[in-house]
Design a protein around this ligand. Structure first.
Ligand SMILES: C[S@@+](CC[C@H](N)C(=O)[O-])C[C@H]1O[C@@H](n2cnc3c(N)ncnc32)[C@H](O)[C@@H]1O
Length: 405
């Protein structure tokens, strides 16, 4: 199964079938979310693994978060880790030598984004030279300009009028022949923006946005396209609606909540953001214990996302305000708040560690979703190649779908 080469041809279908099998067979491990359950159903089947994970610290969980396959946990963990690694193996797309562009092109582009753009641009090994780039959900259009720097035409599609205006200004300054269209990619009239001459590209267009592009571009007769998807869970339907006939025939049904799994990696978050997120999660987990007691119901109670200023409130105020927001009885003043807050941190450590078996299915699920897109494009007559365009440290959404017909 180890390929370390991009996937194309019959490999796409073969890998899809193997991933489908793996995900279906181990649903009890990846479907339940540790954050919302005090105990997970699989803990009874694998008590040794559960106890081992529950005994670890938050720092230990975080240290292994991005490489769960390396964790020396009891069975069945190592076997699952090995299978996950081999099913997730996907090689780099061949890199072509690309022209350097003048420094002006990097104005206004964050460093990491520019590296992603350069990597993306270097992997577009199309057989026919593109003539008119279409940058879908382009933001300011940095990717499109990078690709059209040598005289190709460029159309950028973007919803946010400010990004459209800034993009236009940047294109004019650099002398790029670009049209920046303020357009909702999901609106019915978006189809009018595409025709057979275009080579659509999309770097990190979320859920429905990149799916729409695949549908519109294939219907418009575009000969080539290159898409690096992200945020698979940003969809308008409650459940995932597969695109390809193959995925539609699968018994695997994914909810919107399941679709959060592939993007639950935190590779690129900075330490300040991580500390803030931990504090917020520990408080929520502590509040979860409190609300179960106050309601006399042993179930998770969803609460809305709260402004970060809530984290500055003393913990007791935080809980009282959240009780009020959720219309729960007010907790009494004699409670040991430090103890409850500590219990929240303890639960956070347990949750992060119990998430590790689940995280072995992150990449397999992402690849299943990408292969659904690849197989859909194949059904539309494209030759499709799926491979990475940069290291995961640069962006965890590092896989590019290249299609040509
Ligand atoms: C994650 S950003 C990616 C931007 C750019 N491709 C990049 O890599 O920097 C997604 C972009 O999609 C745009 N967007 C969101 N909803 C949209 C819609 N319905 N139609 C068009 N663009 C949309 C956002 O404004 C944002 O610029």
């Amino acid at each position: 199964m180890t390929s370390s080469a991009p996937l194309h041809g019959p490999l796409l279908r073969e890998r899809f079938a193997a991933l489908d099998d793996f995900l279906l067979k181990h649903q009890e491990l990846w479907r339940p979310v540790p954050f919302t359950a005090l105990r997970l159903p699989w803990e009874d089947q694998h008590p040794q693994l559960a106890a081992w994970l529950r005994g670890r610290t938050l720092a230990e969980a975080d240290a292994i978060h991005n490489h769960p396959e390396l964790l020396p946990a009891p069975a069945p963990y190592p076997q699952l880790a090995e299978r996950s690694a081999s099913l997730s193996d996907i090689g780099e797309l061949p890199a072509a030598q690309v022209d350097r562009v003048p420094n002006g092109f990097t104005v206004d582009v964050p460093g990491r984004k520019w590296q992603q753009i350069e990597a993306f641009a270097s992997r577009l090994g199309f057989l026919q030279a593109p003539r008119h780039w279409l940058d879908w959900c382009s933001g300011k259009g940095h990717l499109g300009r990078r690709l059209a720097h040598d005289g190709g035409a460029l159309t950028c599609i973007e919803l946010d009028p400010q990004l459209v205006a800034s993009g236009l200004l940047l294109s004019q300054r650099l002398g790029i022949d670009a049209e920046h269209c303020e357009q909702d990619a999901l609106a019915a009239n978006a189809a009018q923006q595409l025709d057979a001459r275009h080579t659509p590209v999309a770097l990190h267009a979320c859920g429905d946005l990149h799916v729409r592009l695949l549908q519109l571009a294939s219907a418009a007769g575009c000969r080539q396209l290159a898409v690096a998807p992200c945020c698979y869970n940003r969809i308008d339907t409650p459940d995932y609606e597969p695109l390809s006939q193959t995925a539609r025939a699968s018994a695997l049904k994914l909810s919107k909540a399941d679709l959060r799994l592939p993007i639950s990696e935190t590779v690129t978050a900075g330490s300040r953001v991580r500390r803030q997120r931990d504090r917020s999660m520990a408080r929520r987990l502590a509040f979860d214990l409190l609300q179960r007691e106050l309601r006399g119901e042993d179930h998770y109670l969803p609460s809305p996302s709260l402004p970060t200023s809530w984290l500055d409130k003393p913990f007791a105020h935080y809980c009282r305000d959240l009780c009020e927001l959720k219309q729960l009885p007010a907790p009494d003043d004699t409670r040991d708040w430090d103890k409850l807050e500590g219990a929240g941190w303890q639960r956070l450590a347990e949750v992060r560690n119990l998430e590790l078996p689940r995280s072995l299915f992150r990449r397999p699920m992402e690849l299943w979703l990408l292969l659904d897109r690849a197989l859909f494009l194949e059904e539309q007559g494209y030759q499709v190649t799926l491979g990475s365009f940069c290291q995961a440290q640069l962006t965890p959404r590092n896989i590019l779908l290249l299609a040509e017909r």
